[in-house]
Design a protein around this ligand. Structure first.
Ligand code: XMP
Length: 523
């Protein structure tokens, strides 16, 4: 049993493909594309040594894109003994230039970089990863320097107008390189090229499937917790839901879930959590109805940070009370995802909770060992695992929702009446987005209740009511976001339904601020 396997994460038996991160956010997308080809991949920093790579016994290594030039001072590099390991290597963009530079080729500033779509011309019929590809095809480029002379042993296999060596290979050493980005959707044949590398060059079987993820995760959880008791705080979100379902699959009745119903969730959401986990999945559930306590503690609180703090602290107290009732619990499930692991430097040791966490902040002095079955998975994989485990689509495809709930979407004081108003407006926004078939394209769509009032007219009556602000954003990871260009007819339906169906609301505004400078939430 490896060290990692003790921590309950999904990890297949196959040798991984390592994606080397040169620091420009390309690595995650490449790792996902590899997994879409059903090959398990892991991201490693470029500071990894050849010996460390050898220890992982990878089936192949992919160098990701990075900064624009290998000639820039301090440009990241990699231990060049990696080329002597006999492990297949694919260099992409910066990674291709690095291979050229390290193995004795020429990378030059030609004065003509290429950015965006360009045409690739395949010049070598025996190009392994370009096999069976159209001779001319669109690819996505983003480079300033170009490889002008391949290293000894390499054959150029394709070119583009401004990259004389847009692809090259050394078949004997199993080293391949492409200047363009095969991982992006704008390179339509890119996925096929990655698959040629994975299947034909690395000899990987396409065996990383949902079943293999679940099987390996279930055995890892069993190995970690033995016959110990496990608790899991359900938030109503996708990650904690799938993590709980996986642990339940592994150790059944040893799992108890705690669901703190804050009264600040979306319309019907609390009931749905109970329905899904308790009735359908048969998971033991401690359902804490805490709405009254939350409203009491939020009375008179209007400052956004004070609200968040009050909610977080109350959550800790309630969770402690509930967990105290499960006295022999030794393990705590967390829905940590792979991007969090990569971004925080990627440790694999057993961690004990020390600080705030995404379930809404947990006690600092709780002495649980963490079970993190999603530690190696991307969000889309978590959703597919959830589907495979029979969780309903409404939970699996649920949009992200902040821990403090609707409280951070109510400007000013949070009262039961204002929460009820916002829940109704929010339900309309989500219903209409769903009816328009846009739910999965949009990262988050919701309503915000403002504490200003404006004059309106309904029938013959003058109104003086509150506005609802509709916020809908597209995003890849919530770090940046753009406001969604929703069809006007959809906005019209949302506006007219909210004003007609939600008492006290007489105006609807649409938030057209991207992030940055705005944030996704209003508080
Ligand atoms: P912002 O508003 O910072 O939000 O652009 C980025 C993403 O994080 C979510 N969010 C939270 N999630 N606890 C959470 O679990 C929180 O306190 C919290 N605050 C914001 C937000 O919905 C968006 O997806």
């Amino acid at each position: 049993m490896t060290d990692e396997l003790r921590h309950g994460e999904a990890r297949p038996q196959d040798r991984p493909v390592l994606v080397v991160d040169f620091g420009a956010q390309y690595a995650q997308l490449i790792a996902r594309r590899v997994r879409e080809a059903h090959v398990y991949s892991e991201i490693v920093p470029h500071t990894i040594t050849a010996a460390e790579v050898a220890e992982r016994a990878p089936a192949g290594v992919i160098f990701s894109g990075g900064p624009k030039s290998v000639h820039v001072e301090g440009a990241p590099t990699i231990d060049d003994s990696i080329y002597d390991l006999g492990v297949p290597v694919l260099g992409i963009c910066y990674g291709a230039q690095l291979i050229a530079a390290q193995l004795g080729g020429q990378v030059a500033r030609t004065g003509r970089g290429e950015y965006g779509r360009t045409t690739l011309t395949v010049s070598e019929p025996d190009a392994v990863i370009l096999a069976d590809q159209p001779e001319r095809q669109p690819v996505w480029m983003s480079h300033f320097d170009s490889i002008t002379g391949p290293p000894p042993g390499f054959t150029p296999t394709a070119s583009s107008p401004d990259a004389p060596v847009a692809a090259m290979q050394d078949v004997a050493r199993r080293i391949h390189a492409v200047q363009f980005h095969p991982e992006v959707v704008h390179t339509p044949h890119g996925q096929a090229m990655l698959e040629r590398f994975l299947y034909d060059v690395c000899g990987c079987p396409p065996s990383w499937t949902m079943t293999s993820i679940i099987d390996s995760s279930v055995s890892a959880i069993r190995a970690q917790v033995g016959d110990g008791r496990v608790i899991c705080a359900l938030s109503g979100g996708v990650d904690s839901a799938v993590a709980a379902a996986l642990v339940h699959e592994a150790v059944g009745p040893q799992l108890t879930c705690v669901f703190v119903d804050t009264g600040l969730m979306r319309l019907g959401e609390g009931d749905q959590v109970v329905e899904t986990f308790h009735r359908h999945q048969g998971i033991e559930l401690v359902h804490v109805r805490a709405a009254d306590r939350y409203f009491e503690c939020l009375a008179g609180v209007t400052d956004p940070e004070d609200k968040r703090k009050a909610i977080g602290e109350l959550f800790i107290r309630i969770f402690e009370e509930a967990a105290g009732g499960i006295s022999d619990a030794r393990f705590l499930v967390q829905g940590t995802l792979y991007p969090d692991v990569v971004e925080s430097g990627g440790g694999t040791g057993a961690s004990v909770i020390k600080s705030h966490h995404n379930v809404g902040g947990l006690p600092e002095d709780m002495d649980f060992e963490l079970v993190e079955p999603l530690r190696n998975l991307f969000k889309d994989e978590v959703r597919r695992v959830g589907e495979e485990l029979g969780l309903p689509a409404e939970i699996v495809w649920r949009q992200p929702f902040p821990g403090p709930g609707l409280a951070v979407r109510i400007i000013g004081e949070v009262t039961p009446e204002r929460v009820a108003t916002l829940q109704r407006a929010d339900a309309i926004v989500r219903e209409e987005i769903r009816a328009a078939g846009l739910e999965r394209e949009i990262w988050q769509a919701f309503a915000v209740l403002a504490d200003i009032r404006s004059v309106g007219v309904m029938g013959d009556e003058r109104t003086y009511g509150h506005p609802i602000i509709v916020r809908a954003v597209t995003s890849e990871d919530a770090m940046t976001a753009d406001w969604a260009r929703l069809p006007h007819e959809l906005l019209e339906r949302v506006s007219s339904r909210i004003v007609n169906e939600v008492p006290g609301i007489n105006r609807v505004a649409y938030d057209i601020t991207s992030k940055p400078p705005g944030t996704i939430e209003w508080e």
